[in-house]
Design a binder for this molecule. Sequence first.
Ligand code: ATP
Length: 248
Amino acid sequence: ATEDNLLEVNNIEVIYNHVILVLKGVSLAVPKGRITALLGGNGAGKTTTLKAISNLLASERGEVTKGSITYRGQRVASLDPASLVRKGVIQVMEGRRCFEHLTVEENLLTGAYTRSDGSAAIRQDLEMVYNYFPRLRERRRSQAGYTSGGEQQMVAMGRALMSRPETILLDEPSMGLAPQLVEQIFEIVKAVNEGEGVTFLLAEQNTNVALRFAHYGYILENGRVVMDGTAQALRENPDVKEFYLGMS
Ligand code: ATP
């Protein structure tokens, strides 16, 4: 364990329904202040890896049966998602779930629920979120359910930021979005990473865009890490070019 790794996943195995082995020994490290990408096709195990980290597997009848996961050197296995948020780790789920009947701003405010500091600090963070997502400021009084897919992705990310996280686990931010919006979302990830020092672990099928914004990447295939390296090394790797960059 090196000191600058916030999160370490060591050789984990995940089984669903007691029989379906989905992760077959996955290891990865997420250094502080960096953007790490978890890449791979549909069903490779990206979402399962994120859910294993944030302890969201139980509701899907999944469990980590081997290996360990540590955050700041401490095992996270016994922490429920809310305690993990208090430790600074928050997951933005795939499908950008937001509270459809609440306004954009009310959605963002729900993200501050674990905080004990006063409303002045929360207003200030709302400002911070609106500065990264000017579109959300414009839409703040709109009912979230009536905003576009891209705006809902922004709401989900903005809500996560409202908990002042140290690390964001971001699942498939590009899903269902037009290329130009995907670009915009990744620009914001980069800006938040640089501006707030937030660490990201992002699962993404769009290898192309992920490797332009991440610092380091892991490629998952069939529940195993088959390759990892700096984003630049992966972009230049012939196999990655052939099997991943050609198609996205
Ligand atoms: P996606 O982009 O579709 O989310 P992924 O890389 O995130 O892909 P996972 O969602 O982690 O992949 O799924 C990995 C494998 O685990 C798939 O074969 C999937 O069918 C299986 N799986 C996922 N959830 C469950 C579950 N609750 N019960 C049984 N099998 C599951």
